[in-house]
Design a binder for this molecule. Structure first.
Ligand SMILES: [Zn+2]
Length: 248
């Protein structure tokens, strides 16, 4: 008996409902648009939940906050069409600002109980040298919300959602932006769609910044596929939800 037989790495490609939690508007797609495009094509429903308002990253500083929010959502909507996102949700916490960790976790619990995903995507909170607190907080809060979803004594931010919730099992969590992947997904056939989706996020990159991002993604996608039978990959740490606690 091995730990892998007790807590096997769950099969991401059997997921039917996937909640993709991200700190900023573009993180799901920068990290995993290749995988997510393939999942939506094979019939999975994708739900995106964005933690912050992302206003600090908008390149055109002459825009009002309302105007900036509109262009961010426009970009995200167009990218979502390419990837096949079914629904977008936003929490509006201040980008790079001060907000309460437990408020964030309560909101993640709400959406997990409301949407009942069988898989959750989130940034890897344990990524070494991650300097952006939004990414760390979002990753931790998502991991805890996945672990605690069925523990209904732990309240979400919406009592009505909690009252209506009937416990369901989440097969696994897929941590993106990870340095310790256990899964490299072949995204060779979805590479053009990934680039097209990332290019939609015009509000957050000037043309030079966008070209640098695409070049970095290009190099990274080929680097992680070295030694594999395919040309481009995206790395994930895919874990059984019980593997999020006590080192299993
Ligand atoms: Zn981000």
């Amino acid at each position: 008996m091995t730990i892998e037989t007790i807590l096997p790495i769950p099969d991401l490609f059997s997921a039917k409902r996937i909640l993709c939690i991200q700190p900023h508007y573009d993180d799901n797609d920068i990290a995993a648009a290749g995988i997510l495009t393939q999942l939506s094509k094979q019939g999975a429903e994708l739900f995106y939940l964005t933690a912050t308002d992302d206003l600090m990253g908008v390149v055109d500083v002459s825009l009002s906050d309302d105007e900036a929010a509109n262009v961010l959502r426009r970009d995200q909507f167009v990218a979502g069409k390419i990837v096949g996102v079914k629904e977008q949700y936003w929490l509006g916490y201040p980008d790079a600002g001060e907000y309460n960790y437990f408020d964030l976790r309560r909101d993640f619990l709400k959406y997990i109980r409301l949407l009942k995903p069988d898989f959750v995507f989130a940034p890897d909170a344990w990524l070494t040298y991650e300097g952006h607190r939004d990414h760390i907080q979002t990753g931790f809060a998502a991991a805890e919300a996945v672990m605690f979803a069925e523990l209904t004594k732990i309240a979400s931010s919406d009592p009505a959602v909690d009252a209506a919730y009937e416990p369901h099992s989440i097969d696994g969590i897929a941590l993106y932006y990870t340095r310790e992947p256990n899964t490299i997904v072949d995204i060779t056939s979805a590479w053009e769609e990934k680039v097209a989706a990332v290019r939609c996020y015009e509000a957050q990159f000037d043309s030079q910044g966008m070209e640098q991002l695409i070049m970095a993604l290009d190099a990274k996608s080929q680097q992680v596929a070295q030694g594999k039978s395919f040309m481009r990959g995206e790395p994930l740490k895919v874990l059984h939800t019980s593997a999020l606690h006590c080192g299993f």
